[in-house]
Write a protein that binds this ligand. Sequence first.
Ligand code: FPP
Length: 224
Amino acid sequence: MIEILPQHVTFIMDGNGRWAKQRGKERLYGHFEGVESVRSVLSTSVEMGIKYVSFFAFSEENWNRSPEEVGGLMDLMLKSMKAELDTFLNNGVRFKVIGNKARLPESLNEGIDELETLTAHCSRTTAIIFVSYSGKWDLQQAASRMAADGAHELEPYLATAGIPDPDLMIRTSGEKRISNYMLWQLAYTEFVFVDTLWPDFRKQEYLAALEEYASRDRRFGKVK
Ligand code: FPP
């Protein structure tokens, strides 16, 4: 029994390429297996009663990867999200995509719209996929829209408006960076970095990270 659970856990899924390389396979094979880790983490989150779980699936910088890898990832995201629809509906999972959607293929945007609409009434857990997202892009678009409206508060203009800031951020594969992810929203987030490569990160590794979170002393800049 874990005593203190986060309300929002976010993941930087890293190490798919290395995982595939270790097995002499194409990078896409690692992404394919990475989807299984997303499924495992999501179902564990639903089981545990975690309200928001989010994944950094594709950054604005990832557009610079080879056309084969980019195209393969777009296809994989579309296919995997469609395949999960029944599971989402049966488990009360609301699905949401956040990012610069103007850059995404039309077929992917159509799939996203459909899933977001069909799961809009689900309220047990919200699963968020960050696609074509970067923290600097988010701050830039929020600032422009805020200025155009003559408004003074940034938060309602962020792409994540309405979603609580992450309590816990888990990054796999031994890298210790935030890589232009949610720059504003991660201000007071607890970070857990693990050496496990994303395709190997499953329920057991997740529970260990949640235990680590429960042991942290969050003070939000105050003295206790
Ligand atoms: C990082 O590993 C992983 C990605 C850039 C892609 C992750 C995307 C998925 C697992 C698909 C998710 C799909 C849905 C529907 C949620 P890397 O390629 O940077 O690994 P490396 O650092 O070892 O090269």
